[in-house]
Design a protein. Structure first.
Length: 328
């Protein structure tokens, strides 16, 4: 088992990470590359980043030692439905020297597996977007939200950024002096917190700046909301409470009221020590008091574990999970 290697990849919109691990839990290679989400970058670009990360992770290894791999991917459904995209991934896998099979799973399942080895449970991910899923036998079962910025992702980073701008515009419309959050947002968007002699001019300028950019860029304002809430700003605190309620509601849509299986929290807004993470934890503990709450960990390691647990020599996947995550 010390010679057997599995490879896991965690591919997102901003980075691609690869990890090579032995079944004893020893990390024998890592690699990193740029964003590889085929939805936002295209499958061909994603395949290039995949190959870059794989080559780095396998630099000191004989690829023949690798017996299985898993790719955790934001946009997995799109890739699996695109023969040309899947062929590009196959070529990248082969060009890295790998001859073993690999599986592709959505990033929500990988986030779940990075927090627990339990076969059944719930995962809630809140980053730029937001999605909740029930997991059954380590397969995604029912899913709530994840509908994208236009139709859903309530409580996500995009949602927080958009709502912060809407609160700013409401203040300007009403002639109210902007509070701490609104001032910060205005400065971020326009470079200054100064209000024009005619406030409508500032409203129009704000709208123009926002609408000239891709809508998803509103998510970059989310840290401003989190920071303002940490400092006690009442508008930001209210937004955090509303976001937590939205996220908890998405869990309640698909999670039975009497469930005691684990809930894994993933995504940058829920894995860091943020007011939103604390509010979501409190709400889940209130609704499911007997539920173990777990925090998502290293997605590349989780992907490697998903690959390894299918191997015949792995007789205790939970123990392997503990070994692998003890090294991260």
């Amino acid at each position: 088992m010390s010679d057997t290697v599995v490879v896991g990849l965690d591919i997102g919109g901003t980075s691609t990470r690869a990890t090579a691990l032995t079944l004893t839990g020893r990390r024998v290679g890592t690699g990193r590359a740029g964003g590889g989400n085929p939805t936002s970058h295209g499958a061909q670009r994603a395949a290039v980043e995949l190959l870059t990360a794989l080559r780095a992770a396998l630099a000191d290894l004989d690829p023949a030692r690798v017996v299985a791999g898993t790719i955790g991917l934001a946009g997995a459904a799109r890739l699996l439905a695109d023969p040309a995209g899947r062929a590009a991934f196959d070529r990248a896998w082969h060009d890295a020297g790998l001859r073993c099979p690999y599986a592709v799973h959505g990033d929500a399942l990988v986030a779940y597996a990075s927090g627990t080895a339990a076969l059944d449970g719930t995962v809630l991910v809140a980053g730029t977007g937001a999605i909740t899923a029930q997991v059954h036998e380590l397969r995604l079962d029912r899913i709530a939200d994840g509908h994208g910025w236009l139709l859903g992702d309530a409580g996500s980073g995009f949602w927080l950024g958009r709502e912060a701008v809407r609160r700013l515009l409401a203040d300007l419309d009403a002639g109210r002096a902007p509070g701490a959050l609104a001032t910060t947002v205005l400065t971020e968007l326009l470079g200054s917190a100064d209000i024009a002699a005619h406030p409508r001019d500032t409203v129009d300028a704000t709208i123009q700046v926002v609408t000239r950019r891709p809508p998803i860029e509103l998510a970059r304002l989310a840290p401003l909301v989190v920071d303002a809430a940490t400092d006690g700003d009442p508008v930001a605190t209210a937004l955090i409470s509303e976001a937590a309620a939205h996220l908890a509601d998405s869990v309640s849509r698909i999670r039975p009221a009497d469930a005691v299986t684990p809930v894994v929290l993933g995504g940058g807004l829920l894995t860091a020590n943020t007011p939103l993470a604390a509010a979501v934890r409190a709400e889940i503990a209130r609704q499911w008091p007997d539920t173990p709450l777990c925090t998502a960990g290293d997605g590349a390691v989780a992907a490697a574990w998903l690959a390894a647990r299918e191997l015949p020599e792995v007789t205790d996947p939970a123990a392997l999970h503990a070994r692998l995550f003890a090294t991260t």
